[in-house]
Design a protein around this ligand. Sequence first.
Ligand SMILES: [Zn+2]
Length: 338
Amino acid sequence: MINKDKYEAITNFLKICLSDKCILKKEINNLNTVMKLVEMTLKKPFAYQKLKYQTKVDLNTSIDIIYNFFTEINPNYGNQFLNILRETIEDNKYFVEFEKSDKNSYVDGKGKVYIYYNETLDDTYSIMHEIIHKFSTQKNQTSSIKKLLGEIPTITFEYLLEDYLLKKTSFKKDEILINKYNSLIANTDKCLEVFTEYNLIKMYQKNEKINDEIINKHLSIFDKKDLEYQTLNELLEPVIDKILDKKYLSFIILNRYIIAYITGIYLKNKIKIDKNLEELFTLINILGKNDITKEEDIKIINNLNLPFTYEDNIKITDENIKILKKGYLREISNYKNL
Ligand SMILES: [Zn+2]
């Protein structure tokens, strides 16, 4: 049982967030589309314990691997990577900062890269991921294109890096697969959280308040054995706590990862066949641009072979959902026995 104050707080929070004046309106439209991907994922959730690495890989080895990986896919990227590593700011500090830590690596608003490493193969993935972000430095952080599509190149390249490591290095296969194995688990967790927020929003939209009675009535539409029922039963309270604590709805950030995980599988499968990375390079380029109008960006994006269209918000046809689902199911079957 959730206490009355909490219900009142979450009701008030949602009232503000979902009002017509709120800038989140558009995000809610996108949420409806992302829910198609969420539902697809939760039909076959990848829910296991995350795996730990057994082999130590020193940081310089990871940097060398990524330099070779970039050079092989695009010599410009190899050179850009070296330049970024050498780049310094005013006080002679490097633009890329490395620190041994379990924290998540990121690129900040000024384009400074923070790589947190732990001397495992995971470092290759995080260096590559953040440097791809750096290639399209977030000059226009708030553009809706970046908000929704900003993780597609990074996550697609993670899949490609996995193939590269399998082909070109002598690390054990199991070690190489851990990164994507763990990220498929993380994607399931993200889907569960977004699913819970979505249901909370639906409950509020229908009743204009949240309380026990409304929650119980909402839960009664699901079968108790269903993952949906169990998820809401378990996650509603922690998710409400998190929203009240952070003062935002997580789906606004999680949407782009869910879009990217599923689109990434689609794109890497396509690249495996046509060996053509140009579209991905174009996307990286667009995400880094701030000197062309949004309309032109949108035109270019819709000319790429992506499994969705983007106008004012993102749209996926049922036909494409089927294709994405096939790719996702095949992908998780590769990792099941790890
Ligand atoms: Zn990222």
